[in-house]
Design a protein around this ligand. Structure first.
Ligand code: FAD
Length: 492
């Protein structure tokens, strides 16, 4: 058997790196805090319903393909492209906007509000595409050893993109579209990064290229958790072992290297290299006690928003509701400025609904639907008391009924709620922040917590709060970057 690697955390980042290492011949063991794998990409099975806990779709399917090719396997789950990508409804407006990749079909949605939408969108997407193509290999998929090296790489990026470095996502979109409907819908993707278009850099307009042009969004057959089940199957075939209900609480080192990691029960685990899939900032702060990640310093970092998520089973069908749906209010700018910090926005919340049973009948009993609601909320830094959770959920469910013309309240047979407090408790997410550290310019690339420890040379990191950032495809890219680090070290 080859050298041994311990992977702490069985989120997507941990699982995908573990497989890369195992097929390379390393002996790999995964230690996971919870009773099952997946991390945020998880599943609730309750009252006959199956709910995806966090991610409900993914983009950049070619990253999964490349990962599978590099591991010498077939992608171990099936996925189907979604059309429309999603729908959007504004409060008080009966119209539903269907967001298609097809530019003609998309432009038809905005015929009344923005008659020259097609030309404007084509121009906007051309810029987003150029930005994506000029940065994906050079910046997003690269390891950096120093801030200087990172800055020198950035200097090689086409200077045509410099103006976007100094704009917010909102300013950039605002410059391309005139109607508030087009501006708000096109900038919605910034929320997928856990912040708002008003505090997300315009460089992330490359996400618009990914969603509308390059690859769209995918539904996983049988629900998103099939990704995890498929990967766990491949890992078992490759001889990787799993130890669940094992939370690492301490690290022993000799000043140069980790000599053992120790779980909450005091059990010690040793290996040639340790890969941490727990949050890269939180682990450095709370387990390694690094001054740069002290509680005081972490509080000052920029974290993504929290999520109030709830999982509702109804004994009725909802044919009028699509797979992914956004329900917005009519005060977008004011809402976006307040949502991160002011619990008051929860009086008129914006929210997202996913109907997983729409394309996956097995996720709900006959004649029923499995609904997953996500509402952006302040994380625990800004709202600690969630005793009003039921009241907020009730008001959203009432609003949803009014928007779809069908009151679902009498048909609810299953109800589970996660506030940021549950997200924090289950997955050790800092203050229940859903996506980890935000992607502001000073927290990305070489400014993000590195995937290679500053002090201990056999300690590495993978996942959302290290490079390149949050989201399922980013976790897969992160696994490649982390694998290169571990492999380089162990080969020496
Ligand atoms: C509500 C919500 C919706 C989302 N929707 C989408 C979406 O639709 N599409 C998309 O692409 N992305 C989405 N995301 C983001 C996506 O879920 C994450 O970016 C991704 O799953 C992060 O994977 P990871 O491996 O970095 O971390 P995690 O999934 O957090 O995995 C880390 C693992 O480490 C374990 N762990 C932590 N501490 C310890 C410890 N001390 N010892 C042992 N184990 C430990 C945790 O239990 C966990 O299993 C969503 C996230 C949320 C919260």
């Amino acid at each position: 058997m080859g050298k041994k690697v311990l992977v702490v955390g069985a989120g997507l980042g941990g699982l995908t790196t573990a497989l890369r290492l195992a097929v390379k011949g390393y002996s790999v063991e995964i230690l996971e805090k919870n009773a099952k794998a997946g991390g945020r990409l998880n599943q609730i099975k309750k009252d006959g319903f199956t709910f995806d806990t966090g991610p409900s779709f993914f983009s950049m399917s070619y990253e999964f393909k490349q990962f599978a090719d590099e591991c010498g396997i077939e992608i171990p789950f099936k996925f189907v492209e979604l059309d429309p990508l999603y729908t959007v409804n504004f409060s008080g407006n009966p119209k539903t906007y269907y967001l298609h990749k097809d530019l003609d079909k998309l432009a038809a949605q905005f015929a009344a509000e923005e008659p020259d939408f097609k030309e404007k969108m084509a121009r906007y997407l051309k810029k987003s595409g150029a930005l994506y193509n000029d940065t994906v290999q050079l910046v997003i998929k690269s390891n950096f050893d120093s801030i200087l090296g990172y800055l020198l790489t950035l200097a090689r990026v086409n200077p045509a993109h410099i103006p976007q470095l100094f704009q917010t996502f909102w300013q950039h979109v605002h410059n391309h579209f005139d109607s508030k409907e087009a501006q708000q819908i096109v900038s919605l993707v910034a929320f997928f990064l856990g912040r708002t278009p008003f505090d997300t850099s315009a460089i992330y307009s490359l996400l618009s290229h990914i969603e509308f042009k390059h690859d769209g969004y995918y539904n996983v057959e049988g629900g998103m958790y099939k990704i995890v089940e498929g990967l766990v199957g491949e890992l078992q075939k490759a001889g990787v072992t799993f130890r669940y209900n094992t939370e690492i609480a301490k690290v022993e080192d000799d000043g140069r290297k980790v000599t053992a990691v120790i779980d909450k029960e005091g059990n010690r685990y040793t290996a040639d290299a340790i890969l941490i899939n727990a949050d890269a900032a939180v682990f450095r702060g709370r387990i390694l006690n690094r001054p740069a990640f002290s509680e005081e310093k972490m509080r000052k970092m920029d974290w993504t928003m929290g999520y109030l998520t709830f999982y509702i089973g109804v004994k009725t069908k909802l044919p009028q509701v699509n797979h992914h749906n956004y329900y917005l209010g009519n005060n977008y700018e004011e809402y976006a400025h307040k949502v991160m910090q002011e619990p008051g926005t929860l009086e008129k919340p914006y929210y997202y609904v996913n109907v997983v049973s729409k394309h996956n009948a097995e996720c709900a009993p006959d004649g029923c639907e499995s609904l997953f609601f996500v509402c952006p909320v302040p994380n625990l830094l800004f709202k600690q008391d969630w005793s009003d959770r039921d009241k907020i959920v009730d008001s959203i469910i009432e609003d949803f009924g009014a928007r779809i013309g069908q009151d679902i309240r009498p048909d609810i047979v299953s109800r589970t709620i996660y506030t940021p407090a549950e997200w924090e408790k289950h997955f050790n997410l800092y203050m229940g922040s859903g996506l980890g550290l935000s992607h502001k310019i000073r927290q990305i690339g070489a400014f993000r917590p590195a995937n290679k420890d500053e002090k201990l040379k056999n300690l590495f990191y993978v996942g959302a709060s290290t490079i390149p950032g949050a989201g399922l495809p980013m976790a897969v890219i992160s696994s490649k970057l982390a694998f290169e680090r571990v492999d380089d070290f162990l080969k020496k």
